[in-house]
Ligand binder design. Sequence first.
Ligand code: ADP
Ligand code: MG
Length: 629
Amino acid sequence: MTTKTSVKPEKHQFQAEVKQVLQLMINSLYSNKEIFLRELVSNASDALDKLRFAAISDDSLYAGDGDLRVEVEYDKEQRTVTIRDNGIGMNRDEVISNIGTIARSGTRQFLDSLSGDEKQDANLIGQFGVGFYSSFIVADKVTLSSRKAGDKPGKGIRWESDGSGEYTLETVKLAKHGTEIVLHLKEGEDEFLSDWQLRSIITRYSDHIGFPIRMSTEVKVDPEAEDSETKVEWNDINKASALWTLPKTEISVDEYKAFYSHISHATDEPLSWMHNRVEGNQSYTSLLYIPTNAPMDMMVSREERSGLKLYIKRVFIMDAAEQLLPHYLRFVCGVIDSDDLPLNVSREILQDSSMARKIRAGLVKRVLDTLEKMANNEPEKYQTFWDNFGQVLKEGMVEDMPNQQRIAKLLRFASSRNSDDKQVVSLSEYLERKVEDQDAIWFITADNQGSARHSPHLEVFKRDEIEVLLMSDRIDEWMMGYFRQFEDTQLKSVAKGELAGKDSADESEDTAAAEGIFKRIAEVLGDKVSAVKSSKRLTESAACLILDENEMAMHMQRLLEQAGQEIPSSKPVLEVNPEHALFSKMEAEQDEDRFVDFSNLLFEQAVLAEGGQLEDPAGFVQRMNKLLV
Ligand code: ADP
Ligand code: MG
């Protein structure tokens, strides 16, 4: 089929680390080695999708062969397995950048995630689609020949490597466009030289692929005759209808799972999926998955989201996660197949089309419905979801205000009522068990769970047996700035604003003498505080810092300051517990220097209890020692 045109293949080196990664991958995936076939068939299917899309505007690209398909063959004598497609193909530069450098492949992501301890890294690989290089699990030589659709026969390219650090490239003449990959099997991998074996792997992993996958068999020309001549016959071995186009009743759980691996490139199992057909002036089919595990880069990458494939009438168009799913649902992956969008739709059109907006709203509703059902009916499963994706979902509280109340129902928080941080509560449960006359949902935000749980701000709530939600995710303070009311109840921070109605009946008005002391403390502290007041929050601690309702929590202020951001300086109120022994001591203190030390200490311990840092730690230590001895 091919003739060489260049005299000698050129040699190229892999990047230095590649050899090491390949070895690691081969070892860690060996027990699951048949996945190479899934990966190569999946690439072939992608290439067919791409050709079909390109041919919408130029059907000469089919070159008269519009029968898109994948062919799988083996040769017992040569000990090879071949995977062939008549898809888009690759030119020389594309082979170098897609295959030669691993820069574009799933393997590359694995490479990027590598760090120190190899053993741990071997587990990591499960989180990535491993791609083309999985060929080397079973092959000691791989030959890839490809010609890009639309290119001349002489522009074919052949890539060959034994996976040990080098590859060769040569220009060859190829009669047809598309890609052919020949795996020269390693010693001991002969199990793949079997019709039955290859068929069963393809059925297991690739049945849902929307193009026919064919294998050849030799059949007698005359079935009756003993010594009949034989001919090659190709049979489809998969269903070859895109999975989402089938009725739900015809799809098995395993098929749904296999399709998830195909589109997500992940090796976890889906936690849940939603398969729906919407009819009307806007008809589409959606098949959406919620993964079990979060991908490595979920929290960091805000750009280039992928995972939601847009098809229009069965033709793959593009990845449209950015346009069809809000950012806070970026963990969802799947397929949308629209009947009504125009085939030549562009990203820009999609961005502002009302059809796309409708689909988007429909998908959001679908996902939230599913999560709500899971939360109600399968709390353990929901907990898994929450542990992995809760932080991302919280972004929706700000990003998707129209759905805020729905999302709020899905939130889970640690609580002062549970001693274990892992035991979480929903807002509805919180409301069910609130105490009589309680008029707010109380929460505290802090740097970490420990400082939230042990904050002096919680003392009076403990006394009155009022539950407080403990929040320490970075996003919490920001989220709570936009989340003021759940159903009919206000949400309030225990560390902000006046505490109305919290006084117990026997609490007397501050005496004039006490007022005098507060004034003196305020004078000592100067502009560190905006005021010094008697506290209604404290039962054990001597003092705490309080912010205004609309001010940003202290730990957030510190965080932003550390990040070099200018923030409006806000001064806290120092609240002092007049029942505390320290206060009585101050009332009795005659020595002005000692009073100054006491005042500073009062402020400093309130800062420390907050999880804050002292401006003058050495001074604090000196003051304390002076008063201790
Ligand atoms: P991924 O599929 O995740 O991108 P792979 O390692 O499987 O990673 O493939 C790397 C790239 O090589 C693909 O993105 C594609 O551009 C190209 N490629 C692989 N196989 C084929 C093929 N059969 N036809 C055309 N291009 C291919
Ligand atoms: Mg791939």
